[in-house]
Design a protein around this ligand. Structure first.
Ligand code: KG4
Ligand code: ZN
Length: 351
């Protein structure tokens, strides 16, 4: 089965072809440079860029892969959550291909696709506990199979990635700043009590990161020398000549607090499942923040503690990509699922 995946939910225009569980080729164009000028994604510009690029990227993908539109069996497309205008560009393109050829159309939940992505690299083991940590979402799931996700907990305010990006913004780092905070944090030992781990004094599986963001903001106010004089300095942060010890200390401590918070809630979720006699056999962690080195270490510890398999995608599969959409489409199509040309975007609220 040859499946095309189309991803346009946010600021990456990404297409990929997957055949029988294996990634053939992928193409992607990121709009980060455009949105960085505004400190965050500008929806109108995002949909314009997707529209400008998608046809060109599709041609490039076919050329790379040596296939034609007629060879494609399934067209899988992210239908949400995401930015409405951006999603509609992907959906419109997908429908055009389906109307013109013989392929089946499958609408994909972008969040589920993130969590299924490690299946491109290893067999997924169900039932699984799933942690999705991205720029827009922080969700804990119980996953019975590719088409069976139950949401157990979510953030009540900022997503984990959003917290990273907002802290980075306060430090005058370019958007999206999560990767700078990660890299700087590896250059120092965390002070574990510098920031209180947020929203743990309860028995639920939800998150709240806005208080932590405020605490870091206050710390930065008291230590204004940590703020970069210009965004250009971010690229020089890792030069030997720059003294980044204060920043590294802050970033290590922030990384630590976020990863510890995620660890505790995921352990709690697995504990709840076990108590119900429904112990998961694996832990799947995905989304942009799953690229974070401390989060990866913390989740490795959780899986070892419970004696279950950890499925963590390679870095290129953590952030938005077309391969995860194609792969999710292949799994759902194999289960007989498909949509008609009336398939709609679900910009918000898809669990
Ligand atoms: O999954 P993703 O590519 O897009 C969404 O669907 O949201 O996630 C993007 C998020 C951004 O907030 C970015 O700062 C964060 O993932 N991110 C990281 C790292 N790499 C990307 N956060 C912390 N550490 C990283 N290494
Ligand atoms: Zn995403």
């Amino acid at each position: 089965m040859l499946t095309l995946g189309i991803e346009t939910s946010c600021d990456e225009t990404a297409l990929a072809l997957v055949r029988d569980g294996k990634l053939l080729h992928s193409v992607m164009s990121t709009q980060i440079d455009i949105h960085a000028l505004f400190g965050g994604v500008v929806p109108e510009l995002a949909s314009r860029e997707h529209y400008r690029l998608i046809g060109r990227l599709y041609d490039e993908l076919l050329e790379k892969s040596g296939v034609t539109t007629a060879d494609i069996d399934v067209v899988a497309v992210s239908r949400g959550p995401g930015l409405l205008g951006s999603l509609l560009v992907g959906l419109g393109f997908a429908k055009g291909l389906v109307a013109a050829g013989n392929a089946r159309l499958v609408g994909i939940n972008h969040l589920h696709a993130h969590l299924l992505a490690p299946g491109l690299e290893e067999d997924l083991i169900f039932p699984a506990a799933g942690l999705l940590v991205s720029g827009g979402h922080t969700h804990i799931y119980r996953i019975e199979g590719p088409d069976n996700f139950s949401l157990l907990g979510r953030t009540l305010d900022d997503a984990a990635g959003e917290a990273f990006d907002k802290v980075a913004k306060m430090l005058n780092m370019p958007y999206p700043g999560g990767r700078y905070i990660d890299r700087l944090g590896r250059m120092a030992e965390p002070e574990s009590s510098l920031f209180t781990r947020p929203y743990l004094d309860n028995d639920n599986l939800d998150f709240s990161f806005s208080g932590l963001k405020t605490a870091v903001g206050l710390y930065i106010q008291k230590n204004p020398h940590l703020i970069l004089a210009s965004q250009d300095m971010a690229s020089r942060l890792f030069d030997e000549s720059m003294d980044v010890s204060g920043l590294a200390h802050l970033c290590a401590s922030f990384n630590h607090t976020v990863s510890e918070t995620l660890r505790i809630k995921v352990e709690r979720a697995i504990g709840h499942m076990k108590a119900r006699g429904e112990a998961p056999r694996s832990l799947i962690v995905a989304g942009g923040v799953a690229a974070n080195s401390r989060v990866r270490e913390a989740m490795d510890g959780v899986a070892k503690r419970f004696g279950i398999r950890l499925s963590l995608p390679s870095l290129f599969l953590c952030t938005d990509n077309g391969a995860m959409v194609a792969y999710a489409g292949e799994l759902l199509a194999a289960k007989g699922m498909h949509h008609g040309l009336d398939l709609d975007a679900i910009p918000r609220g898809q669990k």
